[in-house]
Write a new protein. Structure first.
Length: 331
């Protein structure tokens, strides 16, 4: 009997040990960690931070497009820098309709050049995007979080993948939830990351249908506050394609929680913003962040950004560290 007990004990101990080892293997397989470049390129994060803070100090409006680059990269093939690649046939991700308004590629090039000068061939373009996203938010008075690094860059970019994978500003809540879940992001992540619309701007075509022809009968979107809709119509005539619209009027270069107040008052610029009120869980989060005290948005944003930054990463010997973010290395 004693021998049997020892055998059973050893069996369960072995099962627990194997389980723990398996868990560690899964964690390590991700290959990301905070401070990945501490030894190989100790000044890497400092180089990125200085570049961002210098830029935002001169012109804060340049910051939000860089944050947007990270989102657009991670939702297509994962966070592996494919949104930065160019192809001669113009069939790259950046040529897809959802990406035609992306900006900041030259600035990413400048940061990468500075990093290549500091430590050649060490810091990936995909990690540059992740670090830039964090530093832009901080520079615009938003929260900070520890960025996991160690990503490697992909060698493939496909215009069709960008068209089919990017969440649309015209999407309803069901589509948005499905798209985010397909990337391992839940409903809370959806509404938290939508909060990034507290900075940046868009152009009139993004709201044209909401203002002038929502159901094809020359009507406006009933989910849009009437006073806000009238204000937008004064700015955007039906054929206007160039006028800038602040996504968070009055503070579009300050990362704060006022976005949620706008959404709660039906003054979100995009249909996808308004859609957050059409699900009980996302609506509850929106309303919670409008309270004077107890907002968790800043903390939650950092958590969701870390989750976003883990999507489809390439680590170890998979992928490469591009010398030029716009093209794959030549071997």
């Amino acid at each position: 009997m004693a021998a049997l007990k020892i055998t059973i004990y050893c069996f369960f101990f072995l099962q627990v040990l194997l389980c723990l080892l398996s868990s560690c293997a899964l964690t390590n397989a991700q290959g990301l960690k905070v401070g990945f470049y501490n030894k190989a390129c100790p000044k890497a994060e400092l180089v990125v931070k200085k570049s961002i803070f210098d830029m935002v100090k001169k012109d804060p409006s340049l910051g939000p497009p860089l944050l947007r680059l990270f989102f657009h990269d991670c939702f297509v093939r994962g966070c592996e820098g494919s949104v930065l690649l160019e192809l001669k046939n113009k069939k790259a991700e950046k040529n897809a309709p959802p990406n035609l308004s992306l900006e900041g590629f030259d600035f990413i090039d400048n940061i990468k050049a500075a990093l290549e000068k500091e430590c050649p061939g060490i810091v990936s373009c995909s990690d540059v995007l992740a670090l830039v996203a964090r530093d832009v938010v901080v520079a615009l008075n938003g929260p900070s979080w520890e960025v996991e690094t160690g990503r490697r860059d992909g060698r493939v970019t496909n215009i069709n993948e960008a068209t089919s994978n990017m969440p649309s500003p015209f999407s309803n809540i069901t589509t948005l939830i499905t798209q985010f879940q397909s990337k391992g992001l839940n409903k809370k992540d959806l509404v938290v990351l939508s909060g990034a619309h507290t900075v940046g701007d868009a152009h009139c075509p993004i709201v044209r249908n909401r203002l002038y022809n929502f159901t094809g009968k020359g009507d406006s979107d009933p989910s849009l506050d009437k006073e806000y809709a009238a204000r937008l119509r004064r700015k955007c005539k039906p054929t206007d394609t160039t006028t800038d619209l602040e996504m968070d009027p009055g503070s579009f270069t300050t990362f704060d929680k006022s976005y949620f107040k706008l959404v709660s008052k039906q003054r979100g610029l995009f249909q996808s913003d308004a859609a957050l009120l059409n699900n009980q869980e996302t609506k509850s989060y929106v309303l919670m962040q409008t309270k004077r005290y107890g907002s968790t948005f800043f903390k939650d944003f950092g958590v969701s950004m870390v989750k976003l930054g883990r999507i489809g990463v390439l680590t170890g010997r998979v992928g490469e560290v591009r010398k030029n973010c716009r093209m794959v290395n030549k071997y």
